[in-house]
Design a protein around this ligand. Structure first.
Ligand SMILES: C[S@@+](CC[C@H](N)C(=O)[O-])C[C@H]1O[C@@H](n2cnc3c(N)ncnc32)[C@H](O)[C@@H]1O
Length: 210
């Protein structure tokens, strides 16, 4: 792996939908090796463990990417898993692994082509971060999750307060939309990680829809 193949500063600097599509189009074939394995990306396992301790399927994986979170969920007995991602190339890699019941191309900052209350829970790893998806998606994820449904999401520390996640979760709790909210600080990468983002961390956010 070289800096040219993969650079987290490029990922964090994405600005538009077209930026995201272009970035993941070129990264998709090497994402698992050049990013996840090289950095010992721990978030999919941590999210899967938090989810599996509290809930079952069907669950929606938001920003499913190449399917790393679905693989962890399957290992813990959580099925079925559906996935949504904006990048057709990332979806194609995930589809090849045969882990999902359904995989759809979609932008989670808009309305998804899914009925109300379709899922008993919702998971996401690595998608709520710089240059990706902001707190505006949470309302739509609540819509497609049934009452009592469980959420386990990662949110990068650099956007947690700055992009309005903390305020959105607080408001949702105060207004009675969510309950049993928790935000645990987690390291995103393991010891093999090098470079300026090796120590990046964020929050493992869990809650239930009321
Ligand atoms: C860092 S990757 C994480 C992938 C996977 N969840 C994992 O843990 O390896 C972020 C994913 O979010 C997707 N994404 C970015 N913006 C999105 C949006 N608005 N709607 C749906 N997916 C989006 C990207 O295409 C990419 O696959």
């Amino acid at each position: 792996m070289t800096d040219k193949d993969f650079d987290l500063d490029d990922a964090y600097g994405l600005r538009t939908r077209e930026d995201i599509l272009r970035y993941y189009r070129s990264l998709a074939p090497n994402y698992d090796d050049d990013f996840a394995r090289a950095m010992d990306f721990r978030v999919p396992r941590l999210i899967a463990e938090a989810y599996a301790a509290e809930a079952i399927g069907p669950v929606l994986d938001v920003g499913a990417g190449t399917g790393l979170l679905a693989a962890e969920l399957q290992g813990l007995g959580v099925t079925p898993v559906d996935g949504v991602d904006i990048s057709p190339e990332m979806i194609a890699i995930a589809r090849g692994k045969g882990l999902y019941r359904e995989l759809r191309e979609g932008d989670v900052t808009g309305r998804l082509d899914l009925p109300d209350s379709a899922y008993v829970g919702c998971v996401s790893s690595g998608t709520f971060t710089f240059g990706h998806v902001g707190p505006e998606a949470i309302g739509e994820l609540l819509r497609v999750t049934e009452s009592g449904g469980f959420f386990a999401l990662s949110v990068h520390s650099g956007v947690y307060a700055a992009a309005g996640f903390a305020a959105r979760f607080r408001t949702l709790e105060e207004e009675g939309w969510i309950t049993r909210f928790s935000a645990e600080d987690i390291a995103f990468y393991g010891p093999p990680a090098t470079g300026p983002h090796a120590q990046d961390h964020g929050f493992l956010v869990t809650f239930r829809k009321v």
